[in-house]
Ligand binder design. Structure first.
Ligand code: SAM
Length: 277
């Protein structure tokens, strides 16, 4: 078996992070699902479904006459997804051709193509599972730099590469493995799909922040993605500033600032099976 670049495994769990991101980005993800114009009664797969929240939103659009299935490698993620309504769940590796040919109308794949060793090969196999006129939707967050500290562009600009470097070192990745995910359109083309509509949603948050926003920023980003991991890649001054901005007990806590203003992106590209050659 080829190593998975981000260390995913059948028993690995980061379910809390997935739940927090989906709750945070729910308005934008739901808008993206609505824009797909799903008519009820389709056969839909959420490939790399995580904790199944988005699967359940796809199922709502697909209606009770449709079949909506979530597939994921991780058993703990599927166990977290289990209680959600109106979906079927399967544990499988999407890279290993687990689907019947020409059996699906639509495949949604969000923040997952960067987790497989061979994105183009995997998407080619997913394409074969689509019926004629089927659609493969790739969604990916963070293709553009995020804004956390609207009052300090330099710190934002230094924390982002520090975070990327920490992840590259943790997983032993080359730079183009982490930045390669920007090639969503190229992936679809190389996998034999024609390009349908593309759209980038801006996830924008200001005060008052919702509980889901605070939970995502604090637990997933500040403690999870950054935390101590980024310290070796920052100057002492930047590290001290970042620590104060991300500490709820500090007077500088950024989530309590009236000028807190967050931006990040969710990009959605659509591939179609109707390509002539
Ligand atoms: C970043 S999460 C995204 C989850 C979900 N799509 C969402 O948007 O919340 C990536 C998911 O892909 C799953 N995954 C990674 N490699 C996989 C593979 N080869 N086959 C199936 N699932 C995989 C992980 O277990 C994880 O649930």
């Amino acid at each position: 078996m080829t190593a998975r670049p981000l260390g995913d495994a059948a028993n690995r769990s980061y379910a809390d992070k997935l739940e927090a991101f989906d709750r945070f980005a729910e308005p934008e993800i739901r808008a993206a699902v609505e824009r797909l114009g799903i008519t009820p009664g389709n056969r839909i797969l959420d490939a790399g479904c995580g904790v199944g929240l988005v699967t359940s939103w796809l199922a709502e659009a697909n209606g009770p006459s449709g079949v909506t299935m979530g597939m994921d490698l991780s058993r703990p993620h599927l166990l977290a997804a289990g209680p959600r309504r109106a979906t079927h769940l399967a544990q499988a590796d999407i890279a290993s051709d687990p689907l019947r040919p020409a059996s699906l109308d639509l495949i949604w794949c969000c923040n997952t193509v960067n987790h497989v060793h061979d994105p183009v090969g995997t998407l080619g196999r997913l394409r074969r599972a689509l019926r004629p006129s089927g659609r493969l939707i790739l969604a990916q967050s963070g293709l553009l730099p995020e804004m956390y500290f609207a009052w300090d562009a330099g710190l934002d600009e230094r924390v982002r590469p520090a975070c990327h470097a920490a992840y590259r070192d943790k997983y032993g990745l080359e730079e183009d493995t982490t930045s390669g995910v920007r090639r969503l359109v190229g992936f679809l083309h190389e996998a034999g799909l024609s390009l349908g509509p593309t759209k980038t949603y801006v996830i924008e948050r200001t005060q008052p922040l919702a509980d889901a926003d605070r939970r995502y920023f604090q637990d997933v980003v500040f403690q999870g993605y950054w935390g101590d991991k980024v310290q070796p890649y920052l100057s002492d001054g930047d590290w001290r500033r970042l620590t104060a901005l991300c500490d709820p007990a500090s007077g500088d806590y950024c989530l309590d600032r009236p000028d807190f203003h967050h931006l990040q992106t969710l990009t959605v590209v659509e591939g179609r099976t109707d390509r002539a050659s």
